[in-house]
Design a protein. Structure first.
Length: 166
């Protein structure tokens, strides 16, 4: 399982799980937000719509970064919303060994987490708008629930998940 892509809606806990993979399982963790363009950062901070043109540039950067890191690190976990199927498919075309894991969380918990984040404290209306853009995955993927507090249940769930990869 050298390349894991944790994806899902905002506030699902992708970054939390990515850091857990780094700490407990020896993965190199990469937060895909590191590749956000300045234009996207400005749009996100002001809760404006992210255009497809903005996303295309960002996804290109993210896929290039992921490819470089995958060549360098035996075990790599990357987190990013990957809001559209076409971007998930682009990554798989370039990096077919990638295993996508959809991080799921109860909606009210996701909204609470978003309100508490200092980097992008979006209101519920903006999160709902982003949710409406999230494509139901049409790529092969596994799922993990991030509803419970604390890392112990997640560690067990991750170990179970690892056993399903061939």
């Amino acid at each position: 399982m050298p390349l894991l892509i944790l994806f899902g809606p905002t506030g699902a806990g992708k970054t939390y799980i990515g850091k857990l993979l780094e700490k407990e399982f020896g993965y190199y963790f990469y937060d895909g937000d590191s590749d956000l363009t300045e234009e996207m950062k400005l749009a996100l901070h002001s809760m404006r719509v992210i255009t497809d043109r903005m996303r295309q540039k960002f996804i290109t950067r993210l896929i290039n970064s992921t490819a470089k890191l995958a060549a360098k690190h035996k075990n790599l976990a990357v987190t990013q919303t990957f809001i559209k199927n076409k971007y998930r498919q682009r990554l798989l075309k370039r990096l077919p060994q990638a295993k996508f894991i959809l991080v799921k969380t109860k909606t009210d918990l996701r909204y609470q987490r978003r309100r508490e984040r200092a980097d992008y404290p979006w209101d519920e209306a903006y999160v709902k708008k982003m949710d409406s853009l999230f494509d139901v995955p049409k790529i092969p993927h596994r799922e993990i629930s991030n509803d419970s507090a604390g890392p112990e249940n997640l560690k067990v769930s991750l170990q179970r998940l690892f056993s399903t990869f061939s």
